[in-house]
Write a protein that binds this ligand. Structure first.
Ligand code: GLC
Length: 422
């Protein structure tokens, strides 16, 4: 289909979404501020307000998403009516579940079934749909197509090949006077983003996901040790020492300034690096993350952006109306043109989107091959679990411990958490 049909339905929905007659509502929404997010979220929310006669108040999430969760928890624990709609990371659903409206009863079934089933499953707990899928993500590798061509290097298939190519091009470029050039920038700060990066190295080496879906702790194994030992060699080699303090935006800044050959990030970097006026316009390629060893999967970390409604919203119906507007086909298409992968199946057949956003060509496969963080099995404790993982990995990367010591401590710390019931 159906896209035409979908778009028509959506336009109709726009007109009937708001049928409340209790007077105009003011809806307060938390929007992400990374990349083009804030502008996209704000303009769409304003359009909804105009169409429905309501008003909307935009709140900026902290640039580092990890800092948003404690803020949400604090506001929701106080049953604050100051927050109606929340942009959520898929790994927070367990932690925020008691405070979120079950949308299954609020959104028509035919609207829900247009989304990927996996995206709906991801925000469903105990039969309740706690948030609407908005965009999906998996870690991807961006690279300087122009430099790979210049030096006759193919897209690397394995992390070892990436290491070699990055080193080679970095050395050549520096010898040619480009002193700021690095081989590879990624997210090495001790935060959620590092858990994602580490999961990708380890899973693509066949070393699992730290905790298996059944709750078994698998963090310490030879493949994981090998993966971390390789990553450790990058620090001060193909990656600047500063990478140990980079998050998504910090590392993107280095890449988009033209100072790195490879860059691991989420899909949105296609939009920012290929925007009008970008120094890298036409010079960037995107590919699935490398594998560790032959026969393993690429294993991009699975992430997703969702929209939830607070149970303490003064006007739940108006808040739901905004969420439906933001997640509809017209909006998801507008976002897809800027690099955000939709959760609506039909948009993956849309020629205009595919022409503008090449990463969508392998996106479906990338999502199928992605590796999930152990957030379902550890539920509300996932944040603590992830903290044990990224601290341990950070210690290894910064040379405080070798990979075997580091992972053995991660494993012990996770066992302790598990004994307490996560
Ligand atoms: C992105 C992902 C999210 C992840 C975060 C880590 O926002 O969508 O799932 O937790 O990055 O920094």
């Amino acid at each position: 289909m159906q896209l035409d049909g979908l778009l028509k339905t959506t336009a109709l929905v726009g007109a009937i979404l708001w049928s409340g007659s209790t007077g105009a509502a003011e809806i307060s929404i938390f929007c992400s501020s990374a990349g083009a997010e804030l502008e996209l979220c704000q303009s769409a929310s304003d359009a909804w307000a105009k169409e429905t006669g309501n008003t909307v108040k935009i709140n900026k999430m902290p640039a580092n998403w990890g800092e948003a969760l404690p803020l949400y928890q604090q506001l929701l624990a106080g049953k604050s009516g100051d927050i109606d709609v929340l942009t959520l990371d898929n790994i927070w659903v367990g932690a925020l579940a008691p405070h979120l409206v079950d949308l299954k009863k609020k959104v028509p079934a035919e609207e829900l079934s247009a989304h990927f089933e996996a995206a709906l499953a991801d925000s469903t707990l105990e039969g309740k749909l706690l948030a609407m899928p908005w965009f999906v993500d998996a870690g991807q590798m961006f690279y300087r197509k122009d430099l790979l061509e210049k030096y006759g290097k193919p897209e690397p298939k394995t992390w070892a090949e990436l290491t070699e190519t990055a080193k080679f091009i970095q050395e050549q470029e520096r010898a040619a006077g480009n002193n700021d050039m690095w081989g590879y920038v990624w997210q090495g700060r001790a935060y959620e983003g590092l858990t994602c990066n580490a999961l990708e190295w380890v899973a693509s080496h066949g070393g699992g996901t730290f905790i298996a879906p059944d709750g078994e702790i698998t963090a310490n194994n030879p493949e994981a040790v090998e993966a971390l030992e390789l990553a450790r060699t990058w620090i001060g080699g193909i990656s600047p020492q500063g990478v140990l303090n980079y998050d998504e935006e910090g590392s993107r800044g280095v890449f988009e300034a033209g100072n790195s050959v490879f860059h691991r990030n989420w899909g949105y970097v296609w939009g920012t690096s290929q925007a009008e006026g970008s120094a890298l316009l036409g010079k960037v390629g995107v590919m699935a993350l490398p594998i560790g060893v032959e026969g393993e999967r690429s294993s991009g970390c699975y992430g997703a952006g969702l929209l939830g409604v607070s149970k303490y919203a003064e006007d739940v119906e108006a808040a739901v109306s905004l969420v439906r507007y933001l997640t509809n086909a017209r909006e998801q298409k507008r976002r897809a043109l800027q690099g955000y992968s939709p959760t609506l199946k039909a948009l993956y057949q849309d020629a205009e989107i595919l022409a503008k956003n090449p990463s969508l060509r392998f996106a479906e496969e990338a999502y199928a091959e992605s590796a999930s963080r152990p957030s379902q099995v550890t539920g509300a404790s996932y944040n603590r679990v992830s903290q044990r993982i990224f601290s341990g990995v950070h210690n290894v990367l910064s040379g405080k411990e070798n990979a075997e010591e580091g992972l053995s401590k991660v494993s012990d710390n996770l066992e302790r958490l598990k004994k307490r019931g996560w």
